[in-house]
Design a protein around this ligand. Structure first.
Ligand code: CA
Length: 313
């Protein structure tokens, strides 16, 4: 496929715009998040744009990190694609970030499917990566994806199933697939099923636990691996997304955040796997509506940047 010669230029411009203002006002601990290598945030669930319009995926998190001295980039990959395809898009963007910043490596942090994308990058281009952190990524698959995939027949959803989801879980189907096009939905779903993840893990085993619900290797080929996740579902009565996650959580046999199980989220060093946060709370959505009885997601990202800094990354 031939790419426009302007594509790299447009990509660079887009990344600079996404990088945003370098520094917010700060009074104390102003360099707490000032890592050696840039922090790259990789989004997860497809269809997010449609659900949240122009709102940033990692709500308020880039500015929080920049306020404490971090250099932060937010990447953008295709919504409806395999992890490998999304990972290749990510590699293009990381190469551009390396060129812009003059830093040879980046600290990758991915939420949900984004955590699988960053694992792919670290596996095939370890030279670009200082650390991999996944937030609520389904490393062993997502049980809801298994259920949906099992109910897809001959490449198309049955009318009954479509009607069922349109009535009850339509929002979440949109979150998973971002589309009502069955082929797109299948592509997106396959990347998140337990079968899909078993194949992915066989090809890209770095940091994946080798025991049930255990931790993974904390360092592989010089790259640090970390993960965290939540097991809250109904966390804020004002957040309209909570009931949908409450419904999807019923598909799971283990504690979960509404879309990803506690043990499935484990990768490398497990920082914590049971924050009182649901799958959207983890990226401070919707619009900062999270539990007031739990550490704020912005704080968790800021603390992690400090952890990376202290590790010399
Ligand atoms: Ca929320």
């Amino acid at each position: 496929m031939r790419r426009s010669r302007f594509a790299p230029l447009l990509l660079a411009l887009g990344l600079v715009l996404l990088a945003g203002p370098a520094r917010a006002f700060c009074l104390f601990q102003c360099n707490a998040a000032k890592t050696k290598y840039p922090i790259v945030l990789a989004h997860g669930l497809a269809g997010f744009d449609e659900l949240f319009g122009v709102f940033e995926y990692f709500f308020g998190i880039p500015s929080e990190l920049r306020g404490k001295g971090a250099t932060v980039f937010v990447t953008q990959v295709s919504a409806f694609q395999s992890t490998a395809a999304r990972g290749e898009q990510l590699i293009d963007q990381i190469e551009t970030i390396a060129a812009i910043t003059g830093k040879p490596k980046v600290n990758l942090i991915g939420h949900s499917h984004g955590g699988l994308d960053v694992r792919y990058v670290a596996s095939v281009r370890p030279d670009l990566v200082a650390s991999v952190t996944t937030v609520a990524s389904p490393h062993q698959g997502a049980e809801l994806a298994d259920f949906l995939r099992a109910n897809v027949q001959n490449g198309s959803f049955t009318e009954d199933l479509l009607a069922f989801f349109a009535n009850s879980l339509g929002t979440v189907l949109g979150l998973l697939s971002g589309t009502t096009n069955p082929q797109d939905a299948i592509l997106a779903l396959d990347a998140l099923t337990s079968t899909g993840l078993a194949a992915f893990n066989a090809q890209h085993p770095q940091g994946v636990p080798t025991t049930a619900c255990g931790q993974g290797a904390s360092v592989v080929n010089g790259i640090r691996y970390y993960s965290w996740s939540g097991t809250g579902v109904l966390t804020n009565v004002f957040d309209v997304s909570d009931p949908a996650l409450g419904l999807t959580s019923l598909f799971y046999s283990e504690a979960n955040d509404g879309l990803v199980g506690r043990c499935s989220s484990h990768l490398g060093s497990v920082i914590r796997d049971n924050y009182f946060q649901n799958h959207l709370d983890e990226v401070n959505q919707i619009l900062g509506l999270v539990s007031i009885f739990e550490s704020n997601p912005k704080t968790l990202f800021r603390n992690h940047a400090n952890r990376l800094k202290n590790a010399g990354l």
